[in-house]
Design a protein around this ligand. Structure first.
Ligand SMILES: [Zn+2]
Length: 310
């Protein structure tokens, strides 16, 4: 039996926005027929690594083409120049792709990418799953619930589920505004567990497609523990720049720790004098995002995302 991966039709839409003329394309893959369709994207932020695209690949490779009851469209490399630079935003115009929807066909590189995703990407699709995730500098472990998208979000084996802010200028926010059902997944990142997290994202995709009727119900997918709801999320950032030294490891992502626990600290970069400590702020603190490695950080850099279990 052929898999969806073998049957997928790929097309490259030229971006034409750089001086390396005609070299960069936005690649969209498509398979299936029928009314119902889902767009799955990965790499909207270029420093969030290859794990989302890898999870899409794992999904497509593991899916029997005859089990598909609708249309699957994928954009695994949604922001090629940002991926190449391993930066959140492409160096060519420094715009955040997830803040410029619906984009502009005649705009700069990032605005053109947004325009293609908003038109050729979203066209005739009722569902959108946007894979973000940890990256070269952090690991994270949660899924965003957006209005009308609870069941889609709860299909993912994420440790935590969090209400998302509605942002019309993001891919999922714009898709919501068009009336689509959406979720954004924040799982994975560089660590010794990267393959494990990619498998979990792939399992979540499979369960999500089953839930919305794009995969036949008889195609078994492993059961999961439902994500734990959390609220009052907060970002912990250093007050001044220096060297960051972690006190919790990548294995702690997705866990709940006791209040006051030391998470990491900032050191003066020459003397290594302690500048400040990061501690778990809530009596029970859910770890949604952390940095597992030493790094130089500027003041205000995102260092932890924490929340309170409901
Ligand atoms: Zn992101």
């Amino acid at each position: 039996m052929p898999t969806v991966w073998e049957k997928m039709q790929w097309r490259g839409i030229p971006l034409g926005a750089t001086s390396a003329w005609g070299a960069t394309q936005l690649q969209l893959g498509e398979y299936g027929a029928g009314e119902r369709g889902v767009l799955i994207t990965a790499g909207v932020h270029g420093d969030e690594g290859p794990w989302g695209a890898w999870a899409i690949h794992k999904l497509l490779r593991g899916l029997d083409a005859s089990a598909v009851r609708g249309r699957i469209r994928v954009a695994p490399l949604a922001n090629p120049l940002a991926m190449q630079a391993d930066r959140r935003n492409a160096p060519v115009d420094q715009l955040d792709l997830n803040r410029v929807f619906p984009g502009d066909a005649g705009g700069s590189y990032t605005e053109r990418v947004a325009h293609i995703l908003a038109t050729a990407g979203l066209r005739d699709m009722q569902y959108v799953i946007d894979l973000h995730g940890g990256g070269s500098w952090c690991v994270n472990a949660f899924v965003f619930e957006m209005a009308g998208g609870r069941e889609l979000a709860r299909a993912f084996p994420a440790p935590f589920i969090l209400q998302a802010p509605e942002r019309a200028e993001s891919l999922t926010g714009y898709a919501r505004w068009l009336g689509k059902t959406v979720t954004a997944v924040e799982m994975g990142g560089r660590s010794a567990q990267e393959a494990h997290w990619a498998e979990r994202i792939a399992l979540g995709l499979r369960r999500a497609l089953q839930k919305i009727g794009i995969i036949a119900a008889e195609e078994a997918a492993a059961a999961i523990e439902a994500p734990q709801p959390v609220s009052r999320s907060a970002v912990l950032r250093p007050a001044q720049g220096g060297i960051f030294l972690p006190a919790v490891a990548a294995e702690h992502i997705g866990t709940v720790v006791e209040g006051g626990r030391l998470l990491g600290q900032m050191l003066q970069p020459a003397t290594y004098t302690a500048l400040e400590e990061f501690r778990a702020p809530y009596p029970r603190t859910a770890l949604l995002l952390l940095r597992p490695f030493m790094a130089q950080l500027e003041a205000g850099a995102m260092t932890y995302v924490v929340a309170q279990p409901a």
